[in-house]
Design a protein around this ligand. Structure first.
Ligand code: PFF
Length: 448
């Protein structure tokens, strides 16, 4: 028996769940190190432009498809374009979030390990990221713990699991990151880091940096992989879609900027390198915490703990949304009950995650297109699956669905007024701008 479909209760809980999906390692781990590697504020400017002109139209396209059908990815495509090739987009977006979840959960596992270390006040004993990740046992244990925690929440269902969890954790994330950012910007010598985040240096903006900024904006908003589509399918028919989508995007953006302010000023205050790459929060920050802990031990320990708690909680709410996308598919299309669906998804992601985790150690010699298994999954997801899915969703809404169908969804079947000029702009972005620009990105990626 298929379980009754649940909805998010109101706009607040819908936005908290969607923002919970959006805010994650992408904001707190990837965004700061990408800013550090790609010219500081200049990267942020491109990121903002991409958020408005590319990500928002994709977000709205997914929201329109999900909310209008009240189905998850595959079922939604089947309903709107029965027995057509579009079902492949449905299937692709069942698989993509699960690929992401597999390696995401490995990083989520690292964050548990760092949190535990900071809880036990062993600031001097942080291993380097390469040391920690190359071990064959401990990261696997934490990868399992991370996935199990997600599974427990997803098992609770939409309202008793996801909604209940994210309406507490998403606001909590903002409180936590504000505390850490306040600490960071008041450190002696932090102003250099603040300036770095605010003053763009466009000379550092290479074509690669522009690509990364765009990719990062898709990743950060969980776009192109059907996760937002699935969450939007739980948004009630009375809700204003534009506001829900805008609200989520703004929360995500503000959080990424706050994460920048939590990290960069501390990095500069300690005289460290902002372009350290993926090790920025796992190597550079613990080093800084350790160094500062020598003068003000208790406060620094507390901040370190709050920081890694933020990393962990943000990763969990995102991972939950990826798991739910696969689970919803198995429930709605394959007739599984929630528990069975969860076990299947758990097993698949755990196994692929195991390979990703071992690719830092015993499987480091296994290369796919010159990358480790972890690197391959990440690159496949961020450089191909997300932009491809995003482009196809905008093409579907802009060209396959009729203009009146799209307008209907924005006006909640005519029960809500919707500014015609705003609709025109949004529709133009969905129909022309987003697909064309993403196509260009693809082509230039192939050429370079
Ligand atoms: N948006 C998440 C982050 O910034 O960490 C990552 C993510 C979540 C990607 C959900 C894809 C997804 F389906």
């Amino acid at each position: 028996m298929m379980e009754n479909r649940e909805n998010f209760k109101n706009r607040f809980t819908a936005v908290m769940a969607m923002a919970g999906s959006a805010i994650g390692l992408g904001n707190i781990w990837r965004f700061p190190y990408m800013v550090g590697q790609n010219g500081g504020a200049a990267f942020i400017v491109v990121y903002l432009l991409s958020a408005v002109f590319l990500s928002l139209p994709i977000f709205l396209s997914e929201a329109i498809i999900g909310r209008s059908t009240q189905k998850s990815t595959f079922g939604a495509m089947e309903q709107l374009a029965p027995s057509s090739a579009w079902k492949w987009l449905g299937l692709l977006t069942v698989a993509s979030p699960l690929i992401i979840l597999s390696y995401y959960s490995v990083v989520g596992g690292w964050s548990i390990e760092y949190l535990l270390k900071s809880l036990f006040f062993r600031l001097d004993a942080y291993p380097s990221l390469s040391e920690l990740s190359s071990s064959s046992v401990t990261p696997l244990f934490f990868h399992t713990a991370f996935l199990l925690t997600c599974a427990l929440v997803v098992k609770g269902g939409v309202s008793k699991g996801i909604e209940k969890f994210s309406k507490i954790t998403t606001p909590l994330l903002f409180v936590l990151i504000l505390v850490v950012a306040a600490y960071s910007v008041t450190l002696p010598g932090a102003s250099e880091g603040v300036r770095y985040l605010l003053k763009p240096d466009f000379s550092k903006l290479t074509p690669e940096a522009i690509m990364s900024a765009m990719g990062q904006s898709f990743f950060s908003l969980s776009l192109g992989v059907g996760t937002m589509l699935t969450y939007a399918s739980y948004v009630s028919k009375e809700e204003n879609l534009l506001r829900t989508s805008l609200g989520t995007s703004i929360f995500d953006l503000v959080f990424a900027i706050l994460a920048g302010f939590a990290i960069m000023p501390a990095v500069f205050a300690a005289g460290m390198e902002p372009g350290a790459g993926p090790g920025l929060i796992f190597d550079t920050l613990p080093f800084i915490f350790g160094k500062m802990g020598e003068s003000i031990p208790r406060l620094t320990e507390l901040i370190a703990m709050l920081f890694f708690l933020t990393v962990l909680v943000s990763a969990l709410t995102s991972a939950i949304s990826m798991m739910e996308t696969g689970v919803a598919y198995l429930i709605e299309e394959k007739g599984f009950n929630r528990d069975k669906a969860m076990v299947v998804i758990f097993a698949g992601c755990w196994t692929l995650g195991l390979l990703c985790s071992l690719s830092f150690g015993s499987l480091s010699g296994v290369k796919l297109m010159g990358m480790t298994i972890f690197g391959f999954c990440d690159s496949l997801a961020s450089n191909i699956l997300m932009p491809l899915g995003g482009m196809l969703f905008t093409i579907f809404v802009g060209w396959k669905m009729s203009r009146s169908q799209v307008y209907e969804e924005f006006t909640n079947s005519g029960t809500r007024s919707f500014n015609k000029a705003v609709f025109k702009i949004v529709y133009f972005l969905i129909r022309y701008v987003a697909p064309a620009v993403i196509l260009l990105i693809f082509i230039s990626n192939l050429v370079y």
